[in-house]
Design a protein around this ligand. Structure first.
Ligand code: KIV
Ligand code: ZN
Length: 511
């Protein structure tokens, strides 16, 4: 058994299935580039048969990445496999990931197929994928609730047909660590040709056990972990990359396994995912939450000052926190900005740099120190969201204890400038009334949250909204030193994401 763990990141596929977490192609490319910098081994870039948008994003990611394997998901059907192959074939290291359910309940009610039919569908799909590429992964969906011997039979057939990785998913998050580890050991011992493939695990977090199950499975012999950044994913999410990686890093004495992750990129990647998807990170989230390294109790603070290891099992620097040693201010020039952006992973064209530089100067006039988080927001809002149909041009509000809150707003709607003024029961309500009228949309505001992007009284306010229109749900995010402007940007961003969903319908739903 080797001592290298393969990290398979599915943030762009299973993670993007989180409610409201859609990303446009530019955003997906940016995230894929950051995942490569983080050092993941495989990026599952999407499900090409699901929609044209997914196909396009997977193809572009495949063409762009230099070292990382790029996987495309496909059901066990030739049409899906052809689509996945067309999308990933330009990758330096392409992978086709095909799957079919193996639990009795899925086979009976969802697939309406017998066990024999499932075995032959799995073998056919893998053989066909293998005729296109040497790197084929097969997943037994709902594997943790499947009959053990049948699971071994399917894996044996898949490996015989050419699968180089077989994946055991806990699709519904039902497993518990001891039992899951036992299943891994059983499958390894009872699948005769298992020595020819890597055994992978893919856990969901419905019982809050995804990381524990993944670690138990690795300790039992699995050598690929399927994970997402911040643990985002379907329902309660997937196993979180940062938790598995830092558990292995911190407890190397317990499980001496290595992986290729550059841990200092964990925090920047986590922030990027939150910014692009609009999914807020809970403050007490392990490794990447705002409180993960905050010591509140006096006794703890005293201990940490004397020796950090009294209460800190990991150093914040190890996961890329406290990297703001270098701050930019209003006297910083274009060169310093370009360098800083480059170190954050943004290689901008001259035109893009000009745009970012102008926004940076505007911000530096309002805020003394411009830190990495501020720059990330500028790039996300200014560069990655360019193809949007609504953009905020101007906003003015009057509000206070004795006046009726009123707003006037100018928006660019599909290239045309439009203005509106409206009252509301607060300044944000007034702004939102203007925006709804200008965009002629009728979305329901399901959630509105506001927080500070960094510390300090001059920090930018960061607003997240969750919108629903005609059954479609989208998240929107905006940041600005002025919280009403941040709220307006978040609303406009959410409406743009809804428009994107309207124009990029999934031909098949996620998995
Ligand atoms: O949860 C699951 O079973 C999946 C498979 C497609 C791997 O996401
Ligand atoms: Zn999944």
């Amino acid at each position: 058994m080797n001592d290298r763990l393969i990290i398979f990141d599915t943030t762009l596929r299973d993670g993007e299935q989180s409610p409201g977490a859609s990303m446009n192609t530019a955003e997906k490319l940016r995230l894929a580039t950051q995942l490569e910098k983080l050092g993941v081994d495989v990026i599952e870039a999407g499900f090409p048969a699901a929609s044209e948008g997914d196909f396009d994003a997977v193809s572009r990611i495949a063409a762009k990445l230099e070292t990382t394997r790029v996987a495309g998901l496909a059901r066990a059907a030739r049409g899906d496999i052809d689509r996945a192959w067309q999308a990933v074939r330009h990758a330096r290291r392409p992978r086709i990931h095909t799957f079919i359910a193996t639990s009795d309940i899925h086979m009976q009610y969802k697939l309406n197929m017998s066990r024999d039919e499932v075995v032959s569908a799995a073998a056919d799909a893998v053989a066909y994928a293998h005729s296109l590429t040497d790197d084929v992964e097969f997943s037994a969906e709902d594997g943790s609730r499947s009959d053990r011997d049948f699971l071994c039979q399917v894996f044996e057939a898949a490996i015989a047909a050419g699968a180089t990785t077989v994946n055991l998913p806990d699709t519904v998050g039902y497993a518990v660590p001891d039992e899951f580890a036992d299943l891994v050991r059983y499958v390894m011992a009872h699948t005769p040709n298992m020595g020819k493939a890597v055994l992978s695990v893919h856990c969901h977090n419905d019982l809050g056990l995804a990381t524990a199950n993944t670690l138990a499975a690795i300790a039992a012999g699995a050598r690929q972990a399927e994970v997402t950044i911040n643990g985002i994913g379907e329902r309660a999410g997937n196993t979180s990359l940062e938790e598995v990686v830092m558990a292995l890093h911190t407890r190397h004495n317990w499980l001496p396994l290595d992986c290729g992750i550059r841990t200092v990129e964990i925090h920047p990647t986590s922030r990027l995912v939150s910014m692009l998807t609009g999914i807020v990170i809970q403050p007490n989230k392990a490794i990447v939450g705002a409180n993960a390294f905050a010591h509140e109790a006096g006794i703890h603070q005293d201990g940490v000052l004397k020796n950090p290891m009294t209460y800190e099992i990991m150093r914040p620097e190890t996961v890329g926190l406290n990297r703001n040693a270098l701050v930019l201010g209003k006297h910083s020039g274009r060169h310093a900005l370009r360098d800083r952006l480059k170190s954050l992973g943004y290689d901008l064209s001259d035109e893009e740099l000009n745009l970012v530089f102008n926004r940076f100067k505007e911000l530096a006039d309002k805020k003394k120190n411009v830190v990495d988080e501020d720059l990330e927001v500028i790039v996300t809002e200014g560069i990655l969201r360019t193809a949007e149909i609504f953009s905020l041009e101007y906003l003015h509000v009057t509000a206070g204890t004795t006046v009726m809150p009123m707003a006037s707003v100018k928006l660019n709607v599909n290239g045309r400038e439009r203005r509106e003024a409206a009252y509301g029961n607060g300044p944000i309500d007034a702004v939102y009334n203007c925006i709804a009228s200008l965009t002629e949309t009728d979305s329901e505001l399901l959630r509105f949250t506001i927080s500070a992007l960094t510390g300090g009284t001059d920090a930018q306010g960061e607003v997240t909204v969750r919108l629903r229109e005609n059954g479609l749900v989208a998240l929107g995010k905006g940041a600005d030193p002025d919280i009403i402007t941040a709220a307006a940007k978040a609303y406009v961003n959410g409406l743009n994401r809804l428009e994107y969903l309207k124009t990029h319908p999934a031909t098949t739903s996620g998995v």
